[in-house]
Ligand binder design. Structure first.
Ligand SMILES: Cc1ncc(COP(=O)(O)O)c(C=O)c1O
Length: 370
């Protein structure tokens, strides 16, 4: 075999996902492990979504409705936009992919921050585009530097708000000012994967930004059903944008990109207000409890408008991550993200939170950091 692999593909390092529980248990011969590494919903999936998927199962010999008619209608209604302004994806990851496929050719540019969600850069590498990476400033997007880097070749700017992994946000006024200065040929993508956990006062007025883009850059908002709705495994996300941008995304997507089960789950989960509210309360209370306990243990924690947060463990994050794995607790080391002393965890159930604290304490002692 003499494979001819393009240089841009050779240069890609695979995305490092949080370690799956099954893999950890296989490798370490453990059972009953917990995972607080991928910002998933600790309560499980929305029960209404589970019920809807069960009854949709008998229809899976057919292709799904490629327009996702009912879900698109429901989302349009929920967000006060037209159905033509909603594009569904196999996870919001796929919306990122559509944007890059639709707007970035080889040699063209995107701008994003570091650290931030890594998939923006990956899809651009696949296209042979150029990533301009701006370091966060005080853990927040550095909008001034981003503006300075915009060129004729810039196609997209990706901003996760809240930012993953820092959990920090930009204020609506910072956004409005920034968007008024971005030239018209650029599309700004605001990734709101964790918006559900953000305080209302910080939320940006998505709809006026999308619909009033005369003489201004295009804006796309991305959302996911993976976090607050508990549907990470079924893969469902969506983007909200003006119709001109949506048309481009439809051109590059497969006709049946969202499965029958995902469509059914999404529709039902949007109606599951009890589950949604319980998720927000569990996250808020769990975060307050964890942060208080961690502070008492002498670990600095960082504010976050999300279901996860950073912890300064005052030692080598990779070593503590490994020690925690051996105890069946999966967290994220932030070493590869440029924070060698920080770990990231998402809020778990009450029991998971307690187990995490006990394992962390033991691991810190084991590693000689406490
Ligand atoms: C900031 C951010 N954007 C997008 C995603 C992708 O979510 P999805 O599961 O919808 O593909 C994630 C997942 O962790 C994320 O953290």
């Amino acid at each position: 075999m003499k494979l001819q692999i393009p240089d841009n593909i050779k240069a890609i390092t695979p995305y490092p996902p949080g370690k799956p529980i099954e893999e950890l248990e296989r490798e370490y011969g453990l059972s009953g492990s917990i995972k607080l590494a991928s910002n998933e919903n600790p309560l499980g999936p929305s029960p209404l979504a589970v019920r809807a998927m069960r009854s949709a199962l008998t229809g899976v010999h057919r292709y799904p409705d490629g327009s996702g008619y009912y879900l698109t209608q429901k989302l349009a209604e929920k967000f006060g936009v037209k159905p033509e302004q909603v594009v569904l994806g196999n996870g919001s990851n796929e919306i990122i992919e559509f944007l890059v496929k639709g707007f970035v050719s080889a040699g063209e540019e995107i701008i994003t921050s570091h650290p931030s969600f890594l998939m923006y850069q990956k899809f651009v590498q696949v296209r042979g585009g150029e990533n301009f990476i701006v370091p966060l400033k005080d853990m927040r997007h550095d909008l001034e530097t981003i503006l300075e880097l915009i060129s004729e070749k810039t196609r997209l700017i990706f901003l996760d708000n809240p930012n993953n992994p820092c959990g920090t946000i930009l204020s609506p006024n910072e956004f409005y000012r920034f968007l008024s200065e971005v030239p018209e040929h650029v599309v700004v993508v605001i990734d709101e994967a964790y918006i559900d956990f953000m305080a209302d006062e910080y939320k940006v007025d998505v709809y006026s930004l999308i619909n009033n883009c005369e003489k201004r850059c295009g804006v796309v908002f991305m959302r996911t059903m993976s976090k607050a709705y508990g549907l990470a495994g079924i893969r469902l996300g969506f983007g909200i944008m003006n119709e001109e941008i949506a048309e481009v995304l439809h051109k590059v997507r497969q006709p049946f990109n969202v499965s029958i089960l995902a469509l059914a789950a999404g529709l039902a989960a949007l109606d599951d207000e009890d589950f949604y509210e319980k998720t927000l309360t569990t996250t808020r209370d769990g975060k307050a409890f964890l942060q208080q306990e961690l502070t008492q243990m002498g670990c600095r924690t960082f504010d976050s408008q999300t279901n996860f947060f950073l912890i300064d463990i005052n030692g080598d994050a990779d070593s503590v991550y490994q020690a925690m794995l051996r105890k069946g607790v999966i967290i994220r080391s932030m070493k590869a993200y440029g924070f060698p002393q920080y770990v990231r965890i998402n809020v778990g159930t009450e029991n998971e939170n307690k187990r995490f604290l006990a394992s962390l304490q033991e691991s810190l002692v084991e590693c000689g950091y406490a």
